[in-house]
Write a protein that binds this ligand. Structure first.
Ligand SMILES: [Zn+2]
Length: 409
């Protein structure tokens, strides 16, 4: 509903090409002064090198000779041989394509700037060496190099390819109810992966789904880099924050829902176009948890639904933001029932010790095998011991992982 598909005319392509050529010339012509050299030596700034890198990335993506968009390069920190900033391939306001963007780090080596974008292997290496990388950024950037997150320090064991835990709330204040105006769709429209969803409602204040470091990519567009390789995008914002590696807590204000399309794309009615990324690439929302809801794809882009326990809400419906599900927590899913029995041990041979309601949040201490049961997602013999010592079958709990989330008992 936010984006419309339309063919780019050949005239538009020519105009874009000319605009890129003009921008490159201007940027190359603008010298900057080397900082900390003790004498004023004019050397070219990093903008031209970043713009060239952006051009290459755009061509890689489209495979076309024409550039994939209008470069918007912002150097936000520069000192000595280092520069950090944002690089965006913007499209025209109202166009069918959305902008794409990266964080960059540039390093001047033997008089020329070497550039890496987040998601490129060199980015993690440069971020570790750069004097401009902030303490809060170092561990997050190390996770954004396109590989699976390395050994974790939080005691949680990642299961490659099957871990859908985000530790994220929905992108507004916990306790508010907003509409999911559109279900899973592509960042740019109908293309895969369906990484994005549209939300509006409540006080219209868009907030960080999880803590991290925030960057203003473009007018109306904020990106937050999180731990575990995740990042989130928020677009079409009005009065958004101006951030440049700013540490933000979970629920930090980022901007208001709006219809901003300064950097391209279309927005029909105010909302936030929320996108999920992992290892510096858009990743399908489906199966991931946000605000204790599990996002589900529909038969077509912009449809779909979200599930909390056994309650399913379709696109256009209202979602209450329950806040973030902890990485060692689950949401009880009675698969249509009202509650699930707790047991004194891992199986139905153990005594019943009360029950827990559909949709309730539980904290898992550890897991063990027991009697086999079939829930919404299939059959499992895994049981989870809860923080109060009682046990519930993993068949009746959404955790985001097909397996133990907090070790074996
Ligand atoms: Zn959207």
């Amino acid at each position: 509903m936010s984006h419309r598909r339309r063919r780019t005319s050949s005239l538009a392509r020519i105009v874009t090409t000319l605009a890129v050529a003009a921008a490159s010339t201007l940027l190359t012509a603008g010298p900057s002064v080397a900082a900390g050299s003790g004498r004023a030596v004019a050397v070219p700034g990093p903008e031209a090198a970043v713009t060239a890198h952006l051009h290459d990335r755009g061509q890689q993506r489209t495979g076309a000779a024409a550039p994939a968009g209008r470069p918007v390069v912002k150097v936000t920190r520069e000192a000595g041989a280092w520069a950090h900033g944002t690089a965006v391939l913007a499209t025209e306001p109202g166009a069918d394509r959305m902008p794409e963007g990266w964080l960059f780090i540039a390093h001047r080596e033997k008089g020329s700037w070497q550039v890496a974008f987040d998601g490129e292997q060199r980015f993690a290496e440069l971020s570790a060496r750069s004097t401009l990388t902030r303490a809060a950024e170092k561990p997050l950037f190390a996770d954004q190099d396109g590989r699976q997150p390395a050994a974790r320090t939080d005691g949680i064991t990642p299961l490659a390819g099957s871990d859908f835990r985000t530790g994220m709330a929905l992108p507004w204040a916990t306790g508010q109810t907003w509409a999911m105006t559109s279900g899973p769709h592509g960042w740019g429209g109908t293309e895969a992966p369906w990484s994005s969803a549209d939300f509006a409602g409540g006080d219209q204040a868009v907030r960080a789904a999880r803590g991290g470091t925030a960057y203003t990519m473009c007018t109306g567009w904020v990106r937050v880099i999180h731990d575990r390789g995740y990042s989130t995008d928020y677009y079409h914002l009005w009065s958004n924050i101006s951030a440049n590696g700013t540490a933000v807590g979970a629920g930090a204000f980022l901007g208001n829902t709006g219809t901003d399309v300064t950097c391209g794309g279309a927005a029909y009615g105010r909302h936030v176009h929320f996108g999920l990324r992992q290892n510096s690439a858009y990743v399908g929302l489906a199966g991931h948890g946000l605000g204790k809801w599990v996002v589900e794809n529909g038969g077509a882009a912009y449809q779909g639904s979200a599930l909390h326990g056994s309650v399913r809400v379709g696109a256009g419906g209202n979602l209450y933001n329950y806040g973030a599900l902890g990485l060692n927590q689950g949401v009880i899913d009675a698969n249509g029932g009202g509650s699930v029995n707790r047991r004194t041990g891992p199986g139905t041979g153990y005594a019943v010790s009360g029950s827990v309601a559909d949709g309730a949040t539980v904290t898992v201490s550890c897991s063990a095998n027991g009697t086999s049961h079939t829930g919404r997602y299939g059959t499992t013999s895994l049981w989870n011991r809860l923080s109060d010592g009682t046990w519930v079958s993993d068949a009746y709990m959404w955790t985001g992982v097909n397996g133990a989330i907090n070790g074996s008992c």
